[in-house]
Design a protein around this ligand. Structure first.
Ligand SMILES: Cc1cc2nc3c(=O)[nH]c(=O)nc-3n(C[C@H](O)[C@H](O)[C@H](O)COP(=O)(O)O)c2cc1C
Length: 192
């Protein structure tokens, strides 16, 4: 596929085959991701990749965070336990979870630069993944703003910021192309 085809054909993937993507392929994908531009060549992205048994404590940390935040009740009622179980099964059916994070910058301009570069890294990685037949879902979720979640996965919330969590695997189904708004509606040309 040409890069232009890949840009248009890539879709966010919500259902994954329960098959691992080879670590070397994932390394290749993120290596392509790292050709993203970054100011001062900071290459601010970092990845924590959870797979196989490593997903268990990660998923537990997510559930505990949801309980702290109030998205799941912090009780042992049968309804709550059922909800926790189905959420665990849903998350554990995803072969890989990649936490993408970067060092926080005090200066807001630098902070934006780092975040922007990390987003470019993520999109490059999604496009590279598509070339390998690998699907991703870029997620931003409430637990990414919970300092105790950071602690649970051994990240220092004061020092680093989670930009996204990518769900990764071979697609079970590819959603339809929703199309895009015509660029003319988004673009103003000022030439006089
Ligand atoms: C910054 C960002 C955050 C996103 N967060 C979520 C999310 O939390 N959950 C989700 O289902 N999709 C999420 N998405 C995926 C979008 O829903 C998806 O890109 C959009 O619907 C367009 O679909 P496509 O990627 O297949 O073209 C996110 C995308 C971006 C760029």
């Amino acid at each position: 596929m040409t890069i232009l085809d890949t840009i248009k054909k890539r879709r966010s993937i919500y259902n994954f085959k329960e098959v691992l993507v080879d670590t070397d392929i994932l390394k290749e994908i993120f290596s392509f991701g790292s050709y993203a531009p970054s100011h001062y060549m900071k290459e601010p992205w970092n990845i924590m990749l959870y797979q196989e048994e490593g997903r268990q404590p990660f998923v537990n940390a997510i559930i505990e965070s949801y309980q702290r935040i109030g998205m799941i009740k912090p009780d042992n009622e049968p309804k709550t336990l059922k909800m926790i179980e189905s959420m665990k099964q849903f998350l554990l059916a995803i072969p890989h979870h990649a936490v993408i994070y970067f060092e926080r910058e005090e200066d807001p301009v630098r902070y934006e630069e780092e975040y922007a570069a990390v987003c470019a890294f993520i999109q490059n990685s999604q496009l590279a993944a598509w070339e390998y037949g690998v699907g991703m879902l870029w997620t931003i979720t409430p637990y990414m703003h919970d300092p105790e979640f950071y602690e649970a996965i051994e990240l220092d919330a004061k020092r680093v910021k989670i930009a996204a969590v990518l769900q990764i695997g071979y697609p079970k189904a590819i959603p339809r192309d929703k199309g895009r708004t015509s660029i003319e509606e988004k673009m103003k040309i000022i030439d006089t």
